[in-house]
Design a protein around this ligand. Structure first.
Ligand SMILES: O=C(CO)COP(=O)(O)O
Length: 122
């Protein structure tokens, strides 16, 4: 059974996420991928080889959906490029998601520098 990665990026970090995914397209293509709605669309535009299951957009519940998948044991790593310089209306959902990643001890990369190191471990 292939492992599943969750990919999420705040608006100011979506370009970085698309670049990251394109740089690691071959590695990512070996895994099941889920993403919040807009992030998933950007990744698929940048990476024709990747099939990404798109959930709801973050502010409309996508972060919560990924949190639920973590709680149910369906996520093996979380790549969440967080923008620490902008306010987000769904900040409580972001916090709930990162909290569940901590509760369930899921490898979590919240910036590109960490993501580059984490992806190298798979
Ligand atoms: O808001 C997000 C993460 O908190 C991301 O959602 P989108 O990928 O739909 O923009």
């Amino acid at each position: 059974m292939p492992k599943t990665f969750a990919l999420i990026a705040h608006d100011d970090k979506k370009a970085a996420m698309a670049e990251f995914a394109a740089a690691h397209e071959d590695v990512l293509s070996r895994f099941e991928l889920v993403a919040t709605g807009t992030t998933g669309g950007r990744i698929m535009e940048a990476c024709p080889k990747l099939k990404v299951k798109r959930l709801k957009s973050g502010p409309l519940g996508g972060d919560q959906q990924i949190g639920a998948m973590i709680a149910e044991g369906h996520i093996d790593a979380l790549f969440f490029f967080v923008d620490p310089l902008s306010p987000h209306p769904h900040d409580v959902d972001v916090k709930a998601l990162t909290r569940l990643a901590l509760v369930y001890d899921i490898p979590m990369a919240c910036n590109r520098a960490t993501a580059e190191r984490l992806i190298g471990t798979f």
